[in-house]
Ligand binder design. Sequence first.
Ligand code: AMP
Ligand code: MG
Length: 401
Amino acid sequence: MPQPSMMAFEEALTALEKASPCLVQPETIPLNQALNRVLAVDIMANINIPPADNSAMDGYALRLSDRKENTPLNVSQRIPAGSSPTELQEGTCARIFTGAIIPKGADTVIMQENTSIDHHGQVTFTQLPQKGDNVRLAGQDVKKGQRVLAKGTRLKPQHIGMLASLGVNQLNCFKPLKVGILTTGDELISPEASSLELGQIYNSNRLMLVSLVQELGHSVQQVLHAKDTIVDIETALKNLSRDCELILSSGGVSVGEEDHIKQVIEENGFLSLWKVAIKPGKPIVFGRVFNTHFIGLPGNPSSTLVTFHWFARTAILGHSGETFNRPKHFKVKTDLQRAKAIGRDEFLRAYLTDNNQAQPHAQQSSGALFASCVTDGYLHIPAHRTIDTDQTYDFYPFSSF
Ligand code: AMP
Ligand code: MG
């Protein structure tokens, strides 16, 4: 059973979604800078896409309803993409190319592979088309007036393409969230240092957290490291609070004598949540410090990654105006068996094998980051569930985060 002070995973996630208001203002930006930015308004189509009926193939445009039999047709005009055709002469066809406008009077395009041309240049069909074949109707993709993208969407390359096709070149997006990062620990040194002394390890969370924040499209304003003292941590948090809207920290959130984050937060702000029943990652702190939203993640790198993916990401979505979309997942089975259930939701780093089987990596220590570099995602074992081969579980690919 979780200890009374531990909050269940789902409860914590829902609480966090509710407690993560948008902190950023909208601004107008050019489309070529909009990748990974969050829309601050709905985007409505002010034109049809495609704007006019056009051909899906290279071939011949004709009015099919006019044709009683397959007699050879004269070619009365040639219509490349980008040109504007004249009305189709009755009883003729038009040479047409992909993307070219269907001439008035035509209703069908026959692809060139299904035609033959005689020595007079007349066209016969080797296969009869259906009316409307190979015609892309105006508005078949997007209708004028329709909502194309919703406020809160983070723009992917395909969204940028869609916006360009609507002729949008300036748009209203939220400013990136300003994030500050603090790592803690006397044992940590920068990977720039030439070698490790006994007891030291390289600081892996610092650049991992920077990358995680940047991957979500936000701005890392300042990155600090503090020794395991109250004064050092307090000073760093105070500095970060000056120009950051959210502070993320790693380490120092347990209850050991060297863990001071909780105390510093309590003395300079408040805690809204501490300890969530998940594995890896249990100690985790949400609150405010020096009037700035704060999330304290555990220091073990795998715990840092998992708690970022589930909790920091959720808070960042809310604070940056992005719609809360729970990470996509699907059902899998696993070969693993475990008769004993635990009181925490567990996220095993697992390979996805053929036929939707998940195979957990052998090394699941919260300190071990390697497993998450070679596996495909998280196998989610809910709290109090045993693991058995006849059960199904949710699998979350890393790419869902
Ligand atoms: P802590 O949460 O501070 O008790 O740290 C738990 C474990 O994670 C310890 O083994 C630390 O050495 C390690 N750790 C903490 N922060 C980092 C970091 N930034 N990079 C790599 N390991 C870390
Ligand atoms: Mg520490």
